[in-house]
Design a protein around this ligand. Sequence first.
Ligand code: C2E
Ligand code: CA
Ligand code: CA
Ligand code: CA
Length: 279
Amino acid sequence: AKCEGRNTFKFYSPGMNATALERLTLETQLRLALAKNQFVLNYQPQIDLPSGRIVGVEALIRWNHPEFGPVPPDRFIPLLEETNLILPVGAWALRTGCRQLREWHRLGLYPLRLAVNISVRQYRLDHLVPLLDTIIGETQVDPSCLELEITESIMIENLEATLQIFEALHARRIRISIDDFGTGYSSLSYLQRLPIDALKIDRSFIQNIHTSASDMKITKAIISLAHSLGIKVIAEGIENAQHLGFLKDARCEEGQGYFIMKAMPAPSLTDRLLRRLPD
Ligand code: C2E
Ligand code: CA
Ligand code: CA
Ligand code: CA
């Protein structure tokens, strides 16, 4: 019956023409999920490429559906955004991630960094900044170990707000990385005007590094552009030894991907991190 359920239950996704009833059902389920603590954060390690050491983790949300198991975010984030439920869920993710980071620091895993994804709806000075102040106050986490991942398109579509938000974040020593870099078709001039700590090269470029000469050149160009502006580069979607080798040779600082480690629940990652502590 469970298998049947998987096929018949329709999760909303952008390309899907969900009927009003299906969406209503899903929206109700999402509200319940928040109330019943069905959301969890998994954490994907980010390593320093030259040394292989874990320097950070990216928090990635999952919905542990009681019947259907873990649901990936692409299936429900669009609806969270449409219904504004992303505001409480996004706040939950920031708070949960910061609590976990504080716990890791307490265990001696300092200065491990935590990256949290920020949605367009959360991207408002009067919402985000007070929320961060509250959470930092509550958890006593070191804000210089907190990194917000903001997609290039969100940043560009809200350029007016961006400078103010970035300055407020930097005043608190919170780090900023530009997610999905290279997919936004934007002018690059903002890079030198904004206080950006890291660029994350989108995994669509990494995927074809060895088959597409242009993706290889674009990746190299992004790295050298970032370096010339004093910005660090994080590659995502490292899926094999070739990807890893190429990026190391290209002097990309950090990376993450299935070849290194998948996202996992906090307890499993804690075990691994502590086992690695001696080196
Ligand atoms: P993203 O920020 O670009 O996150 C990277 C996605 O790539 C994650 O998918 C991750 O599991 C996946 N990934 C990691 N390594 C590899 C790899 O080697 N190969 C491939 N093919 N994929 C890899 P996930 O967890 O399904 O998240 C999808 C998107 O959902 C994220 O893309 C992000 O945009 C969004 N998201 C996830 N968690 C949150 C959250 O807490 N808040 C918000 N606003 N968005 C979130
Ligand atoms: Ca991200
Ligand atoms: Ca990304
Ligand atoms: Ca992406």
